[in-house]
Structures are given as structure tokens and as C-alpha cells.
Write a protein that binds this ligand. Structure first.
Ligand code: GUN
Ligand code: ZN
Length: 429
């Protein structure tokens, strides 16, 4: 279908609500006009009505009982960890050895990788996530499997092969040279194909030698437009370990900085325990942080200093971090993010939450010219949210006073049942 016309309430961000009082746009009765997968026109229905032919008018889809919002952007998630979500009882370093490495080793089998890719992409779509930045396993085939599945759904997915050459079992290790060679081949095979993009993916400083991190830096310098995706400053034991492993580095971020891994397409998951110097470098290099509240709470990593990082001007997106995170749902992720900031004495507004899950995520991924809002020309990745999805929601939302109240209730007590329809480039997926 090359054209769609949807009429109903519509909500999106044009900028960052914490910085701009007019950043959020709401139309109680909007027309969203999609052509060839892009937003062709969008505005109040009455202002666009006269542009429609009688035939087009008959094709309008009535979305009056829904709320139209842009598709969600998940800035940090691990697809091989889908089967080990909600594993009991450990913090980061134990959790990796007890649960994560054994599961990721099983992705040596391409059939397994293909099967899990299907489950994973399905979960993203069911939860309204239309763009994600994804860790694969150390195996090149795991990347092929994920990209093939994403391509079949025409999704915007950024992903890469994990690079790790020490401090893990042999069956999940590569070498500096093999990780360079394999990542390069994958970039050539996938980066820029349809809506797929490649992220150079060193797991985190403790599982890479300096030589491997430098190889990652070379890859980044040699391939314009590719991403860099890793973990940073998540857990206090991890930070101590990085100090021991890299005694010459000024701080954790400096390990990556020395290897040339910072930049506007570099995304660091977590960043909970950063010092001022690290915050300065993140801003100066236009690097982004993926904040993953369900994971930080579940594996006990700490409370993210959102206000401090925002005040620095660091780009922040939201990540589910499945399987350290406990949900594929961006609504759950926002809800836990809100509660975490309550504990820090910081109040995230409903507008700011919407921004973090959509345009803010797009900015963190340097994709805000393509996704994150309904501005004309952008890719038509969008959702229909159902305020009546459950008995409780139906009752609660009948008492809402306006869109702000409604969106916050959906975020706080909603889940995948709220996602009535996920559209990828204008196609129901
Ligand atoms: N740090 C290094 N690897 C991982 C991982 O798989 N998940 C999380 N949450 N942190 C990590
Ligand atoms: Zn992670």
C-alpha cells in the first residue's frame, strides 16, 4: 500500500521538552498522511481536509479511539539474551559468567541465531519498538541472522558483532585481528543496506585488550557513518576492575577515548557512576548515553544521575538492555525510569518521557533527521496506542484530563497490550 490516511489524536515532540516549552505538539483530531512509507503531510484534520479527493476521503482510517505516537527507539538491547531475561540473583560480573556467556556461546549455531532473531524482532514490534541498537554475539552468523530478520520487516536496526578477546570463556572469544576482519566484512555486507546500519561493538573494556580496542578505533575511523556501541560505568566492581586492567587511563571513559571510540555515533550503555571529566568528554565529543533503568534496578547497578547528565548537555536515549533489563516494553522502561528519578529527587515530566522514547532516542542515535517524530519527510514508523487496552486502563483513562494525563497513565500502567498497531514505514507489522 503506497498511501495511508489516518485520522485521530496525535502526539509527538518537535524538540526537547525540558529546554523548550513548545516542544510537544498535540492535535486532538489530526490527519496523518503517509505516502511511500514517509510522512507526506500531518496536521489538524480540518486544515488538510480540503486537499483530499472524494476517493481519498473514503479511505481514511478512523483512529479516533487511539493515540498516534512515533515508534519507540530502544538505544541498547542484546538479542542473544532474549532467552535469559529475568535470571535470578546476581550482579553484573557474576551475572555475565553465570548466565550470559554460556547462552551467548550457543549462538555459534546459525539455526539457533535465526530462530531467536525471529522471537526478538517479534517482541520489539509487539512492544512498539521500531528502531533499536542491538548487541549480537561474538559470532558473525549471529549478525547475519538478526539483520536478515530485520530486513524482512523493513526495520531500522543498528547492530554488530561483539568483540571480546579476554576475560571470558574461550567459546565466546575472538582475537583483535579476527574481530577486526569479521567486523569489516559485516560492515561491507550490511551497513547502509535498506534500513540497516552497523555498530562496531566491543563488549566493554574488561573483555578487550588494548590492541582490540585500537582495532575497533581503526574500524570506526575507516568507515564513515558506522556506529560504536559499548558499555560504560555500570557497576562499581566493574569500574574497579577497569582501573586494575588499564592503570594508565585517567578514568573508565578515557580507556575508550584513547582508542578513538568517542563521537557523535558512539553510544555508551549505562554511565551511572561517571566523574565530571567523563561527562565533559561525552559532551565535547557529542557521544550519547543509553539509560537502562529496568536493568540498573534488576542487576543492582545503581541510580542513574539523569539530571546531572542533562545539565551537562549529554545526549540521552532509553534502552531496555534485555536480558539484564526485565522488559522489551519501552513503556515499562519509562515507568521504571520515572520511579528511579523519584528516588533521586528528580521528576521526569510526561513530555520528557515521550521525548526520551522517541525523538531523544533518535537524536542519541543521530537519526533525528529520519525518525522520532511526524515531521513531513520522516519515515512513517508509528504506533496506535489503545487507552482501553485493559479493564483497569479503560476505567483509569476515562478519568484522564487531557493528553498529558493520558500519556503518563499509559506509560505507568501500560504494557504491550496498549500497542494496538505498530507501523514500519507505513506498513502494519
Ligand atoms: N557489560 C558487559 N556486558 C554486558 C551485558 O551483556 N549486559 C550488561 N547489562 N552489561 C554488560
Ligand atoms: Zn547491555
Amino acid at each position: 500500500m503506497s498511501e495511508r490516511l489516518l485520522r485521530g489524536p496525535l502526539l509527538h515532540c518537535l524538540g526537547e521538552p525540558d529546554k523548550d516549552a513548545n516542544a510537544v505538539e498535540y492535535h486532538a483530531d489530526a490527519l496523518l498522511w503517509v505516502k511511500h512509507g514517509l510522512v507526506h503531510k500531518m496536521g489538524p484534520y480540518e486544515s488538510l481536509e480540503h486537499e483530499l479527493t472524494p476517493e481519498q476521503s473514503t479511505k481514511i482510517e478512523d483512529c479516533s479511539q487511539y493515540l498516534l505516537v512515533p515508534g519507540f527507539v530502544d538505544c541498547h538491547i542484546h538479542y542473544p539474551q532474549t532467552q535469559m531475561i529475568a535470571a535470578h540473583g546476581t550482579q553484573l560480573l557474576d551475572w555475565l559468567t553465570t548466565y550470559t556467556f554460556p547462552v551467548e556461546a550457543s549462538f555459534k549455531d546459525p539455526e539457533k541465531a535465526a530462530a531467536v532473531s525471529k522471537v526478538f524482532i517479534n517482541q520489539l514490534l509487539q512492544n512498539g519498538t521500531t528502531t533499536a541498537l542491538v548487541f549480537c554475539s561474538v559470532h558473525s552468523d549471529s549478525v547475519d541472522a538478526l539483520f536478515s530478520e530485520a530486513q524482512a520487516h523493513n526495520m531500522r536496526i543498528i547492530a554488530g558483532k561483539v568483540m571480546m578477546d579476554r576475560n571470558a570463556p574461550d567459546n565466546v572469544l575472538d582475537t583483535a585481528q579476527s574481530s577486526y576482519d569479521q567486523s569489516k566484512q559485516l560492515i561491507q555486507r550490511w551497513h547502509g543496506v535498506d534500513r540497516l546500519q552497523y555498530a562496531i561493538t566491543p563488549r566493554f573494556a574488561p573483555t578487550s585488550t588494548d590492541e582490540q580496542l585500537k582495532a575497533a578505533g581503526r574500524l570506526l575511523a575507516e568507515h564513515e557513518g558506522v556506529y560504536m556501541h559499548t558499555h560504560l560505568s555500570e557497576n562499581v566492581d566493574e569500574i574497579e576492575w577497569v582501573k586494575e586492567l588499564f592503570p594508565k587511563a585517567k578514568n573508565y571513559l578515557d580507556v575508550y577515548d584513547q582508542a578513538g571510540l568517542l563521537g557523535k555515533r558512539s553510544v555508551f550503555a549505562h554511565g551511572i557512576h561517571l566523574c565530571d571529566e567523563e561527562c565533559d568528554r561525552l559532551v565535547k565529543t557529542d557521544s550519547a548515553i543509553a539509560h537502562c533503568p529496568t536493568s540498573n534496578l534488576f542487576i543492582g547497578s545503581g541510580l542513574f544521575p539523569m539530571k546531572k547528565l542533562q545539565d551537562y548537555g549529554i545526549k540521552i536515549g532509553m534502552g531496555t538492555d534485555v536480558g539484564g533489563g526485565t522488559s522489551f516494553s519501552m513503556l515499562h522502561t519509562l515507568a521504571d525510569g520515572y520511579k528511579m528519578q523519584q528516588l533521586k529527587g528528580h521528576n521526569i515530566s510526561p513530555e520528557q518521557s515521550l521525548y526520551l522514547a522517541t525523538l531523544g532516542g533518535a537524536k542519541a542515535l543521530d537519526l533525528d533527521d529520519k525518525i522520532g517524530s511526524f515531521c513531513v519527510g520522516k519515515e512513517a514508523d508509528f504506533l496506535l496506542l489503545d487507552p482501553n487496552a485493559t479493564d483497569l486502563l479503560k476505567f483509569r483513562t476515562s478519568h484522564c484530563k487531557g493528553w498529558r494525563d493520558l500519556w503518563f497513565v499509559l506509560q505507568t500502567i501500560g504494557d504491550d497490550r496498549v500497542i494496538a498497531e505498530t507501523n514500519v514505514m507505513g506498513v502494519v507489522s
